[in-house]
Design a protein around this ligand. Structure first.
Ligand code: SF4
Length: 379
């Protein structure tokens, strides 16, 4: 196939659904987690859950970068902008994530803080160059997909000797989060999640390759199929997962061969390794503290690390009492289980982070699935 609409062909999708149905064993159910928020969006937008047979259930995972950012990290950014007078630059979705004291970056901006939406890390660097009299901080978030551009701007700032630019780093790692979902005591406290296999992320895997999932698949006996973001990619990945489960295999397979290799993007990996090192622990919204699941800036680039530059101390902040984002991000609950879903909490008035980004499970269900009982069979 050459064109994007060919990956959205309804007839072909129905054909794959029929093939999946023909493969299913009548004596069992199948539970697959799509880790990535991009896949959650695709599943909701194209009604994939409705196409699947009743015994196949998709569980949403924690792979939405905005959703997993804890309140304490947003609070740090707001404090930098409101109290320390920096120009804070970040991506659009982050601006609306609720923080402490009924604030968000957008509301802090309305109070006079200099907070700017940027499309890229390079935009933030450009602002620092253009305004040498201002301290510019880039609030960096995201998985392995957005990490290389952040590494590049830090390296470039060091090369130019920019004295007014730094990064508040919140980059997180996919494989450690998947592992944590399966083994942490904290996750188990919310109930066991029956997961028979994972749809592996698309863009993340372009960078890291398929190899990092291999030890995980082998150790936990869970198949992983890396899939592209189009509906036929996701359907095909589900068919591949069903086949692996039926055959008793737990391997890493790559549906997204048009973009993902086993090795990934070596140049991107090299620049990330040059600028970042592992953090010993990082708090994820929904997963709590996860060891070695995030990156921090290496001491060699300390001058560009906003945490060091401004002496920031992290303070965890609990989520809104009625928000179920934590359980949803662990795949234990569904958006419709939350009492606030669709009434108090909407994309215009988000109470929790899962309602902010289009990749968030609550936002995806609100936009595409709230009037359809698409999960009534997922019991
Ligand atoms: S609907 Fe809103 S309050 Fe409820 S879990 Fe989702 S984001 Fe949280």
């Amino acid at each position: 196939m050459k064109y994007i609409d060919e990956y959205r062909d309804g007839e072909l999708a129905r054909g794959i659904a029929a093939r999946i149905a023909g493969q299913l064993r009548p004596d069992r159910r199948y539970h697959f987690m799509e880790f990535c928020g991009g896949h959650t969006h695709t599943i909701s937008r194209y009604g994939i859950a409705e196409l699947l047979p009743a015994s196949v259930r998709m569980i949403h995972g924690p792979g939405c970068p905005v959703c997993v950012l804890p309140i304490g990290r947003i609070d740090q950014a707001i404090a930098l902008a409101l109290d320390r007078g920096v120009t804070l630059c970040t991506y659009g979705d982050v601006m609306r994530v609720p923080a402490s004291d009924e604030l968000s970056l957008l509301r802090a901006k309305a109070r006079g803080a200099d907070i700017r939406m940027v499309y890229s890390a390079a935009d933030a660097l450009g602002r620092a160059r253009e305004h040498p009299d201002r301290e510019v901080v880039f609030l960096a978030i995201g998985f392995e997909t957005t990490t290389p551009p952040t590494a590049l701007v830090i390296r470039q700032a060091a090369k130019e000797g920019l004295g007014n630019f730094s990064v508040l780093c919140n980059h997180v790692l996919t494989p450690s989060a998947i592992t944590h979902i399966l083994e942490s005591a904290e996750a188990r406290q919310y109930g066991a999640v029956p997961i028979d296999g994972f749809i592996g992320p698309a863009h993340v895997s372009i960078v890291i390759g398929s190899a990092p999932y291999e030890p995980f698949a082998e150790r936990y006996r869970k198949p992983v199929v890396i899939a592209g973001f189009e509906p036929l990619d996701v359907m095909q990945a589900i068919a591949m997962l069903v086949r692996q489960v039926n055959e008793g295999r737990a391997e890493v397979e790559n549906e997204f061969v048009r973009a993902v290799t086993r090795e990934g993007n070596r140049a991107a990996q090299a620049v990330v390794a040059e600028v970042f090192e592992l953090r010993s622990s990082f708090e994820w919204r929904g997963l709590g503290e996860v060891p070695f699941s995030a990156l921090q800036i290496r001491p060699e680039f300390a001058a560009f690390d906003a945490e060091r530059r401004f002496g920031l101390v992290y303070r965890p902040v609990p989520d809104h009492k009625q928000c179920e984002c934590g359980a949803i991000l662990r795949g234990v609950k569904r958006p419709s289980d939350c009492k606030l879903f669709g009434n108090v909490c909407t994309p215009e008035t988000p109470v929790g982070s899962c309602m902010v980004s289009s990749e968030g499970a609550c936002a995806a269900h609100y936009s595409y699935g709230r009037f359809r009982d698409i999960e009534v069979r997922a019991t």
